[in-house]
Design a binder for this molecule. Sequence first.
Ligand SMILES: Nc1ncnc2c1ncn2[C@@H]1O[C@H](COP(=O)(O)OP(=O)(O)OP(=O)(O)O)[C@@H](O)[C@H]1O
Length: 775
Amino acid sequence: MALLEGSTMGERVEPTVPGPDLVGVNVERPPLTHQQSTIWNKRQQAVCVRHAFKHYGSKKKPNHVLSNLNMTVAKGTIYGLLGASGCGKTTLLSCIVGRRRLNTGEIWVLGGKPGTRGSGVPGKRVGYMPQEIALYGEFTIKETMMYFGWIFGMDSKEIYERLQFLLNFLDLPSQNRMVKNLSGGQQRRVSFAVALMHDPELLILDEPTVGVDPLLRQSIWNHLVQITKDGNKTVIITTHYIEEARQAHTIGLMRSGKLLAEESPHVLLSMYGCTSLEEVFLKLSRKQVQVGAAQSDQNISNNISLANLNWAKKDSISVTEESGVVGLNFHQSKEVLVTDSNGHLDMSKPTSSSKRNLQEACDDCGSCSEWTTTGKIKALLQKNFLRMWRNVGVMLFIFALPVMQVILFCLAIGGDPKGLKLAIVNHEKNYTNLTYQECNFEKGCKFGNLSCRYLDTLNTSTIIKQYYPDPDAARLAVRKGEAWGALYFTENYTDALVARMALGKDADEETLEQSEVRVWLDMSNQQIGIILQRDLQLAYQNFTKDILRDCEHNEDLAEIPISFKAPIYGSNQPSFTDFVAPGVILTIVFFLAVALTSSALIIERMEGLLDRSWVAGVTPGEILFSHVVTQFVVMCGQTTLVLIFMILVFQVECRGDIFLVIVITILQGLCGMCFGFVISAICELERNAIQLALGSFYPTLLLSGVIWPIEGMPTVLRYISTFLPLTLATTSLRAMMTRGWSLVEPDVYYGFISTMVWIVLFLTISLIVLKFKRG
Ligand SMILES: Nc1ncnc2c1ncn2[C@@H]1O[C@H](COP(=O)(O)OP(=O)(O)OP(=O)(O)O)[C@@H](O)[C@H]1O
């Protein structure tokens, strides 16, 4: 015998109870056990919640929202869920549609457990209108309907017809009006229209009548009554207008996470002798407080017992099957309450309705095996591109930003500093207080005023010469920050230098000392200090070469005897820009992608759009896929611009295969995008996402060898650095650009491999977080 309990969701359930089999032959079968009939029963309800507990917050400080709540919504009925603000209605509904999980307890929706394979929930069997508007403000009404219609698998013609009906029925403005330009009430109606769009089996409406005028409210209720008439559609509705719920078949009165009562409105009114449902609610609430206090020590059912309340005679109480709602009867769907003469539930003749629903569950199960549908992908891609298109300003900025960054980098980084002031003291021949123009010397193989000849060689754009009377004044100028260095020539500099050259190894201490140019530098700025050192030494070399040439000696004598031949890679005067450029290209592309995606999901989540799409049956994988495709297009544009400006406009050296350079840059962009998805998935608030993205920027930049070789780091940090997403990729791109290496070199292919591994890792983490991150 097939056990009902063991059957998976959405399977066709064949009840094995006494009764005629399919060909009409009576076969003696054992009756269903109590447990089997219970599960069968739960499956036959539109919604069945049992012993539901839900809290927010940590286990230590839980905020209990649902406490042992039981609820039964029969098929083909309208169920009005009423209760004060904050009593847990929305939480309960979000658990029913599969957006949140109970801490304990179980929920059955349309015969399956929400979120399980084949239940059809989330999916097209349910229409959900959340409390928040949860619509794309930049979409028109028509585009909104198209988006959800495609997700529900409808074709465009079908959607259009339904749209016309809903526009009329809900008295909506022109279909071409942007949602963000509609009034609050109109937006709510569009939101309601989305829930009705695909004519679902189960409609879950969280306060659909807020901001709707009384006439339209009545027509909404009329519509709900109409669609539930034939028993195929079920509606769960929450409302703050308690009295409008009189039109519901069943009312669930909720308070502090519990159902106080579950009954039809007229029974409730007559039972408590009230004229309004509000009065009933007040009475029940007061009693709950009293009974709650009296029973606080007893571990009994949470639901209010009429027996305890003494509001009804015992014989009028029907204890419903394991629901825990003692005393209050609720509507059962017509097909479930058929019992045979032995008192067993007779399920041998499932009604056409139950057959159809089970069949639909099975159909849904079939579609579950599909990875996705073209309709959903079409809808998601169109949504993403349309959102970009509607924000043209933002899009222009997104493309202008990388160009701006490259331009700024190339203009601001790597150039030699200019206009550095040097405080010069020239005591030779009383040149004190003289300007440079008056410091004359004779060209050729002449040995007069050599200090002036040297200073003339020093005439570069890097240095501005300023003359001071004595070394103390010059050093003071350096101390005060008025000059980057002080230069001092002694009184007999020329004579001493000539003697030094003539005497060679026989030169005495004093000659050596007097022939020196004495320099005091401000080395607080390493780059400037080193550049001044370099320029002063180079100038001296040129000055000596000049004299040697004029005196017909071999000018190479002026060189130190280490000969730097043409370098194997790069030039003898390497530029810092060429070193940093590969890392900067990847950093720009990586972090722009992070910026693009890190808030993408959060914005949708905060607007309630993500929930709505999920309840409509869109999976995390589909959402991620659609964002990857859209952002990929944007990123390709950004990459092209970055490379064009870097390589073509600013002539940054690129010796390698440009195709490989493009590929690794795009891969890094993809990697950044996936990292952005991780941030987006784990952060609740946009603020946190921005903090995380910004927080990760500097450590990654500093540790990835972008601005300083990783060889200069402590060993441990070097290992950590190797495992960061940008490090090996930067090394790889640098090797391609500056050395012209190809993919056969380990330095190059490690970069590609590491980037791909990171992409897979980030995507997997995002998917896992999105899948399991439910309250
Ligand atoms: N994500 C959340 N994290 C923490 N607490 C939450 C969260 N969502 C809801 N709550 C809390 O749970 C309680 C029930 O909230 P819920 O939104 O379910 O109430 P409600 O009955 O729908 O209220 P209303 O009628 O005002 O919409 C409230 O105290 C609320 O502050």
